[in-house]
Design a protein around this ligand. Structure first.
Ligand code: TRP
Length: 325
């Protein structure tokens, strides 16, 4: 059994790309592993100034996870800032992290290349992420390709600290899922909030219909056979359908006589049904914000127990504590 940990940015409404690439997979780990899953609101501060929006996004992300089946009894589920020791560890780790290591961060360099004037929080982002991982002694970190280097920086920081002060941290491994196929948005590019092409998980029926019907297809006439592998509608259909339905749909594409409009209608029905039970659960939870807050508070208390021995060990090792033992 591994200790699997990953954090999620509270960036607003989550879409089906997020669901298949990350949330479904994370939630799946709770059955056979020790799952640590949290909402990274401190990281969000590097690029947000709207307090009300951050608060709303944080709770929305919590609602989404709980509605989609994250079980707070099995997993450790919390909001990053509810465990203040993480910022304490960030500072201590920062004092053992060379500036050059952070200057080599691709995501930092990318942001600068895009014209962003970086704040110091953005520069130290990977140290906070290292603290997120090392505080809980996690060993497996499922992340997207874009975050792989951050996990490598975490490894560097952990190894260096262990070498200086003796065994303190588990050195984590990134887990990158290569098979996750590209999930297209309505315009056929990768589904992403920044492209404005998302289909959200908890879309209302009318908007969902509008979005699915607007998925870009080619202009092959109804009667002609169609190539399912080149069709955005089919790429989404297969995520929701079982193998038998996927094969049946593939055959209909290849046979000709089915228009894209028909395939879209079937996809629409599938998406709506797939998320129906989750939608009900989300509505129930959204009606009871007190319960959600209680779940998060309990989650933070339970997870903080795991953080205490690590932070105490660190304080002792670096000399920030009156006890030498
Ligand atoms: N930086 C990650 C992202 O943007 C989120 C994150 C923060 C994270 N802390 C983490 C991921 C710790 C894994 C482990 O996606």
């Amino acid at each position: 059994m591994a200790r699997v940990l990953s954090g999620i940015q509270p960036s607003g409404t989550l879409h089906i790309g997020n669901y298949f690439a990350m949330m479904k997979r994370m939630i799946g780990f709770q059955r056979e592993h020790e799952l640590f899953c949290f909402i990274v609101n401190y990281h969000a501060l590097t690029s947000m100034t709207d307090a009300a929006l951050l608060r709303k996004n944080t709770l929305d992300a919590a609602l989404d996870f709980l509605a989609l089946g994250l079980d707070p009894e099995r997993a450790h589920f919390w909001v990053q800032s509810d465990i203040p020791e993480v910022t304490e560890l960030t500072w201590i780790l920062a004092c053992h992290t060379s500036q050059g290591l952070l200057e080599r961060s691709h995501s930092y360099k990318d942001k600068i290349a895009h014209g962003i004037t970086p704040n110091t929080g953005l520069f130290t982002y990977p140290v906070l992420m290292a603290a997120d991982i090392l505080l809980y002694q996690a060993n497996v970190i499922p992340v997207g390709r874009d975050q792989k280097q951050h996990v490598e920086i975490t490894r560097d920081i952990a190894v260096r600290f262990n070498n200086t002060f003796g065994e303190t941290f588990v050195v984590p491994e990134p887990l990158i899922e290569d098979e996750i196929a590209l999930i297209p948005g309505t315009d056929g590019q990768k589904m992403s909030k920044s492209y404005g092409n998302t289909i959200n998980i908890f879309e209302d029926e009318k908007t969902l219909k509008k979005k699915v019907m607007s998925i870009v297809t080619d202009s092959t006439p109804v009667e002609a056979p169609k190539d399912p592998e080149k069709c955005n509608v089919f790429a989404l259909y297969r995520l929701f359908a079982d193998a038998a339905h996927t094969e049946a749909m593939r055959a209909r594409y290849l046979a000709g006589g089915m228009g894209y409009g028909e395939a879209k209608k079937e996809l629409l029905g599938l998406i709506w049904e797939y998320f129906a039970p989750y939608r009900e659960k989300r509505a129930r939870l959204a009606n009871d914000p007190g319960e959600v807050l209680a779940i998060l508070e309990k989650g933070a208390r339970k997870t903080r127990e795991v953080a205490f021995p690590t932070i105490e060990d660190v304080r002792r090792k670096v000399g920030i504590s009156y006890n030498a033992k």
